[in-house]
Design a protein around this ligand. Structure first.
Ligand SMILES: *[C@@H]1O[C@H](CO)[C@@H](O)[C@H](O)[C@H]1NC(C)=O
Ligand SMILES: *[C@@H]1O[C@H](CO)[C@@H](O)[C@H](O)[C@H]1NC(C)=O
Ligand SMILES: *[C@@H]1O[C@H](CO)[C@@H](O)[C@H](O)[C@H]1NC(C)=O
Ligand SMILES: *[C@@H]1O[C@H](CO)[C@@H](O)[C@H](O)[C@H]1NC(C)=O
Ligand SMILES: *[C@@H]1O[C@H](CO)[C@@H](O)[C@H](O)[C@H]1NC(C)=O
Ligand SMILES: *[C@@H]1O[C@H](CO)[C@@H](O)[C@H](O)[C@H]1NC(C)=O
Ligand SMILES: *[C@@H]1O[C@H](CO)[C@@H](O)[C@H](O)[C@H]1NC(C)=O
Ligand SMILES: *[C@@H]1O[C@H](CO)[C@@H](O)[C@H](O)[C@H]1NC(C)=O
Length: 702
């Protein structure tokens, strides 16, 4: 009883169990994604197809060992609504004709890498797919040596949109047959083969044609005949790495072509108007054309739509000579919309040629000049090209440039790549501060930096704006000085302090000290000038002492002059006309007048001393000019010295002008105050009395 009920329960539960297993668990050695509805058993080396959860719609089953596919192979897939299956690389040798008939939802199939499968067997099997919406078949690397024409025919019952047959081994491509059978084809990829002979065909809907890496030499009739354009909808054409040598007059009839890849063809030159008949062309790839490329006509790139031109690694030497034909001013003048230009891997012996070439590209935003053997940057680059924001000058030999000339005072540049150049010093001459409002990436790695004081500015810049420096610090190494070779720049730059005694600082120090000593010198000199009479006076005293003659007169001396006259040059007139006239001529009293009585050829100071010593008295002629004259002050000082040892009335001062007391220096004032003073009268009738008094004074003490 117990046993039978257990059995019943078991019988009831078991199918549920099986059902549960079917729907929820992913087979061992596979992975499942419920969200994407996919299962992957790639490379699991399975010899059978396991049971999958029911939500699976895409099965990746490449890299297994199905080999022979017959009715029992896909039994576990019954009940699944597969839209995609990949059976690549299963070593399939045979497929029983109708096994795919259970695929009633299949849209895409991949049978790549089953080289033992013949085109005929594959075609037969595919033809049995039981879904009229089936639209994509991939048969890469089958290494078929004959064109799978059977396949084209087999596929004609579907609305195939994409056919991919890369890496096969057939020479002929009958595009007539292909186009007749795959009328809905939008994408055709037959690359990495040896196709060399093509019979053209009319593809009403083809948008992408990829024939890269074959041996194709296309001719003009590939794209159309007199009445029909064969690819009216074609947008992308990839003819990379074929055997096309001549593209002259080749491209026409491709109204919608936007994207043309011609890289790696042995093209010799681009003649006038080559792309003119492609009214939708925006992207043109013409790199790696080989060493024989040598000609670009003036209107080669003429196009009002062309935006992106890749002309890299063509070894073209942009220097007009016998070998290379181009015109620097014309080359890009007729393609005004180019905003992305790659000229890397060509040569520019003159930077001015490059400047001229680029100057007409007003819309340029990206420029790639890697590996062009440049030694500097083109001037006016950012000034003339306002939209230029990304430039790459990697792997050149650039060591410096004129920052203001290159960047102007305000450029829109965002990215500058200068990795792998010959930069040793980065300073404000190269990167003027205010020219970079938008700079967000600056790549300067792998340059032979000088880890010296010349890069202190650079180091400070890195510290303040670290995020813009790409690959810092990994790619920033020192090259010089030798002892720092190979070190990290970040650790090896001397500090600001360590550098403050060198170069510039030293220069400023020298300048400062020079100018300081200059100032001191000027001060000293002007002091000497100002005090020159005092100095003479001190010298005079020194001499007097040395010579041993004294200013003290002994009373017995016979005076040669009655009076020594101290006056200023401007008062000489008065001296001659009045003083000498009245005193000497009329009264016979002899006076010593410097201008008359000094002995020529004798030192002035000695003259003064001698004559003063030979005079009984001293007359001080005081005028405005006299009190200002350094000479008179000097003379009067000596007089002062002498008068200290003379009778109190030895000094006579004559005020010939009304000099107010505050204009007279204090020492002179004291001197004058000790003298017997006479004021020269302003009134004519008092003059007689004045002279009389003076004569009396001079005579009195005889
Ligand atoms: C399918 O092929 C396998 C060998 O891979 C074989 O064992 C099996 O009997 C075949 N089944 C049918 C129905 O032919
Ligand atoms: C290409 O296919 C067409 C049939 O569509 C046929 O007439 C033509 O001869 C074929 N060309 C070659 C070279 O096989
Ligand atoms: C041009 O090609 C189309 C499509 O293949 C064809 O129908 C037409 O007859 C061809 N015209 C000439 C003149 O060859
Ligand atoms: C290309 O066009 C330019 C300007 O129209 C002309 O001077 C030159 O001769 C043309 N080149 C060739 C090869 O026709
Ligand atoms: C390049 O073209 C310009 C006209 O734009 C012409 O003046 C100049 O002579 C040409 N240069 C060469 C080297 O032919
Ligand atoms: C520069 O870029 C702006 C914004 O992308 C664009 O509107 C403008 O037309 C461009 N200037 C030129 C000369 O192409
Ligand atoms: C940039 O330089 C030009 C000429 O060199 C000058 O006219 C212009 O005012 C400058 N602009 C700024 C923002 O300094
Ligand atoms: C900046 O560096 C360059 C290149 O090393 C040098 O020619 C230039 O004199 C330097 N300018 C200043 C201001 O140091």
């Amino acid at each position: 009883m117990l046993k039978s009920s257990f059995l019943i329960i078991l019988l009831l539960v078991l199918p549920v169990f099986v059902f549960v297993a079917r729907t929820s668990s992913c087979p061992k050695s596979c992975t499942c994604s419920k969200k994407g509805g996919s299962a992957s058993c790639r490379g699991a080396l399975l010899r059978f197809v396991p049971v999958f959860p029911s939500y699976i719609t895409k099965l990746y089953f490449s890299g297994n060992l199905l080999e022979i596919i017959n009715a029992s192979t896909f039994r576990n897939l019954e009940g699944l609504k597969l839209v995609y299956i990949s059976l690549g690389q299963n070593g399939i040798t045979d497929i029983t004709a109708d096994v795919f008939s259970n695929f009633r939802f299949l849209l895409r199939m991949d049978l790549s890498r089953n080289p033992k499968l013949t085109p005929a067997i594959a075609a037969d099997a595919i033809a049995h797919i039981n879904c009229l919406d089936f639209k994509q078949i991939i048969l890469n690397r089958m290494i078929w040596s004959n064109e799978p024409t059977d396949l084209y025919i087999a596929l004609s019952r579907f609305n195939i949109e994409k056919l991919e047959i890369l890496e096969n081994n057939f020479e002929n491509l009958n595009m007539t047959l292909l186009s007749e059978n795959l009328v809905q084809l939008k994408e055709l990829r037959i690359g990495y083969g040896i196709i060399s002979i093509i019979q053209p065909g009319f593809f009403q809907k083809l948008e992408i044609l990829d024939l890269h890496y074959n041996r194709i030499q296309i001719t003009k009739d590939f794209f159309g005949n007199e009445t029909t354009c064969y690819f009216p909808k074609l947008v992308k054409l990839n003819l990379m790495a074929n055997s096309i040598a001549n593209i002259n007059n080749l491209f026409w009839c491709l109204e919608n072509l936007n994207f043309l890849r011609l890289n790696g063809n042995p093209i010799l030159g681009v003649l006038n108007y080559t792309f003119l008949k492609l009214p939708s062309l925006e992207f043109l790839y013409m790199s790696n054309l080989g060493f024989r490329f040598n000609r670009i006509d003036n209107r080669a790139f003429q196009s009002i739509t062309l935006k992106r031109l890749l002309f890299a690694n063509n070894h073209f030497i942009f220097k007009y000579n016998i070998m290379f034909h181009f015109n620097e001013t014309e080359i890009f003048r007729h393609s005004p919309k180019i905003d992305y230009l790659d000229l890397s891997g060509n040569e520019f012996p003159s930077i001015h040629v490059l400047e001229k070439m680029l100057s007409s590209l007003r819309s340029l935003s990206h420029l790639n000049m890697d590996n062009c053997q440049l030694i500097t940057l083109p001037e006016n680059l950012f000034l003339k090209l306002p939209n230029l924001s990304h430039v790459s000058f990697k792997d050149n030999r650039i060591s410096s440039w004129n920052g203001h000339g290159v960047f102007g005072n305000q450029s829109s540049v965002r990215t500058i790549i200068l990795t792998g150049n010959a930069l040793s010093t980065i300073n404000e001459t190269l990167f003027p501060r205010n020219a970079f409002k938008h700079l967000s990436i600056l790549s300067l790695g792998n340059n032979p930096f000088a880890c010296t004081c010349s890069n202190v500015w650079f180091h400070n810049w890195i510290q303040t704006e670290k995020i813009i420096f790409e690959n810092y610090p990994e790619l920033f190494h020192c090259k010089t000085p030798p002892e720092k070779d190979g070190g990290m720049l970040k650790d090896a730059i001397p500090t600001h302090f360590e550098c403050s005694n060198t170069d510039k600082e030293l220069f400023t120090a020298v300048v400062t000290s020079l100018s300081l000593s200059g100032i001191v010198f000027v001060i000293i000199f002007s002091l000497i000038f100002k005090l020159r009479w005092y100095i003479r006076y001190w010298l005079f005293l020194y001499r007097v002492k040395k010579k041993g003659f004294s200013l003290i007169s002994n009373g017995e001396t016979d005076y040669k002059f009655e009076a020594y006259v101290i006056y200023c040059d401007n008062d000489l007139q008065w001296i001659r006309k009045k003083l000498l006239e009245k005193i000497e001529n009329e009264s016979g009293i002899s006076l010593c007048i410097r201008d008359r009585d000094f002995e020529v050829g004798k030192v002035y100071v000695e003259n003064i001393i001698e004559k003063m010593t030979a005079s009984r008295r001293i007359i001080l002629v005081i005028s405005h000019d006299m009190v200002k004259s350094d000479w008179c002050l000097f003379e009067s000082r000596i007089a002062q010295e002498k008068c200290l040892n003379m009778e109190s009335d030895a000094l006579i001062s004559l005020m010939v002008e009304d000099v107010s007391e505050e204009n007279i220096s204090s020492s002179l004032r004291a001197f004058v105050n000790s003298a017997s003073l006479s004021k020269f009268p302003t009134k004519e009738y008092d003059e007689g009395q004045f002279w009389l008094n003076l004569t009396k004074l001079l005579r009195n003490q005889t």
